[in-house]
Design a protein around this ligand. Sequence first.
Ligand code: GLN
Length: 454
Amino acid sequence: EAFNAAVAEAAQLNAFIVTTPDAALDAARAVDADRAAGKPLGKMAGVPIGMKDLFATKGVQTTAASHILEGFTPQYESTVSQKLWDAGAGMLGKLNLDQFAMGSSNETSYFGNVISPWRRNDGGNAPLAPGGSSGGSSAAIAARLCPAATGTDTGGSIRQPAAFTGISGIKPTYGRCSRWGIVAFASSLDQAGPMARSVEDCAIMLEAMAGFDPKDSTSLDLPVPDWSAALNADLRGKKVGIPREYRMDGTDPEILASWDAGIAWLKDAGAEVVEVSLPHTKYALPAYYIVAPAEASSNLARYDGVRYGLRDLPDGAGLQDMYAATRAAGFGPEVKRRIMLGTYVLSAGFYDAYYTQAMKLRTLIQRDFTEAFKTCDVILAPTTPTAAFALGEKTEDPLAMYLNDVFSVPASLAGLPAMSVPAGLNKDGLPLGLQIIGPAFDEQGVLNAGLAIE
Ligand code: GLN
């Protein structure tokens, strides 16, 4: 009875779109057989994980939480998920997310929102957002439904949900994890990464996920370091940069307080703390919300009712009518908003005014980080401007939703490794996260600083 009650309670979170318990059991049995045969075991041997439903999984429905891909069963496996199975992990199921990974609260999913397992301690009982877009991943880990899960991060979708639910997650350097077989949102920004309960678990899982893949033209051809073996929370000799421009007007005092606590913890770990400047920070959010929708509008052109999933073919309709009907029925409102924004900023008359300007800003933001890392080893900042908000609180106001990404998008535009680690609870008993950003390829420095905070 207690077990059934627990299962029913877990199901209410709506974290999984489909469950695949047999796949997880098969993986565990295969590990047992290997162990009995004396064969070496992989890094993830027997670990049951959740797979964000943005990764193509052979023979298992892959929807990107959209209606347009409902019923789409890939004939191939994404590189990252295949690497995890090769390392001995087993799949518990496909996790809910914001539709096409567009969102910060998991409320744009066609399969309904995910509910965070956290509750405020002040009697305010409104269900909370688990963050997004990897909200199924964050809720499932926080609720102990799985010890780890995959996420993807285009503008914060690993870090923000991790912060909202008191777990850890790292977006590696752009190119570390292959994008092959991941439903594309904004290809120059999309990165896969692990979400888990500890920095060490993230390090181990990232070792299994990362590595060169000739099938992804932007894959990094670099060896995968043994990050978990080199974890070290002794930060003597390291410099931590505090970006002046992230002290924004209107930032919640409790976020500033948690940032100050993080500074103190890193000093205790031996680090020297220095102020740095990232002068173009205020342009990151507008640049992101031009570049990401522009790429999305192009990537999502492939959903035409012919190749994948849904087809809406009204009686007597021609090809154009079929495209229009399928896309009208298959995409949710936020996805349509992004496609309209994206096609607008890429249109002949407005390209230079918007897209070209945004790309120039992206270069300036990248240069800011290059300059800052001349005087520090890693940067410490908040992950989000507030703790988790209530479901429904921002759905009527897309701009308020986008503002939630203000601290996460700069590292995305620059392609840098960035992690969120739990940094205690606020007065309402809700988790807060702190973000560590490192120079390209230095996941180790990011993980070590994360370990010092954890
Ligand atoms: N919240 C951001 C957006 O809606 C980031 C999403 C993501 O990283 N996938 O675009």
